[in-house]
Design a binder for this molecule. Structure first.
Ligand code: SF4
Ligand code: SF4
Length: 183
């Protein structure tokens, strides 16, 4: 008996006091992904990268909104969403305590407004994403006019862009024919 007590004192405590005392977390532990709506541009990169289909997007054209959602019940804490996010809007935290009484409470949502096409006025992409792209494409523009043109194109829906391309090609064809007749 005395030998056993001695052994217990020698080996120390084998258990931790959790949940009555906080649990010490390892550095770089992969816990709950935290989403910051203000930073998110709803680009959908995380929805494509997520291997567990925990992140989804749903578009409501009538309301001109897109809803981003994450289901923590499906998340496997792999960190792919954090890796692909261009704006650091989603980051893994050290939070592990995700238990809830209701399954629905594991789903978190963020709603984004859609931008309307500059040409046809149809809602086509999240306004924040359009603004993000506009700033990038305008960066290397040689003139202010070119920057404005690039910004306008970025705020144009894919259908109107195609029409724009066709018009450009047609105009180029006419110009070439005029050039040929002059020769
Ligand atoms: S951590 Fe992995 S599984 Fe969880 S939401 Fe991000 S990509 Fe999906
Ligand atoms: S990758 Fe980042 S910016 Fe894009 S939708 Fe996901 S959280 Fe938002």
């Amino acid at each position: 008996m005395f030998k056993l007590i001695k052994e217990i004192f020698r080996s120390g405590e084998a258990t931790v006091k959790y949940p009555f005392a906080p649990l010490a977390m390892e550095k770089d532990l992969r816990g709950k992904p935290e989403h910051t709506g203000e930073q998110c541009i709803a680009c959908a990169a995380c929805t494509i990268a997520c291997p567990a289909n925990a992140i989804a997007m749903a578009t409501d054209v009538e309301a001109a909104t897109r809803t981003w959602s994450i289901d923590y019940g499906r998340c496997v804490f792999c960190g792919r969403c954090e890796e692909v996010c261009p704006t650091d809007a989603i980051r893994l935290t050290e939070e592990l305590e995700l238990a809830v009484a209701n399954r629905a409470d594991l789903v978190m949502k963020a709603v984004f407004r859609l931008a309307r096409c500059e040409v046809c006025d149809t809602p086509f992409a999240v306004a924040k994403e359009v603004a993000y792209v506009q700033d990038i494409v305008a960066l290397g523009a040689p003139t202010a006019d070119e920057a404005a043109q690039r910004r306008r194109l970025a705020a144009t829906c894919p259908s109107c862009k195609r029409i724009h391309d066709v018009t450009q090609i047609a105009a180029f064809g006419v110009a070439r024919r005029i050039e040929e007749t002059r020769r």
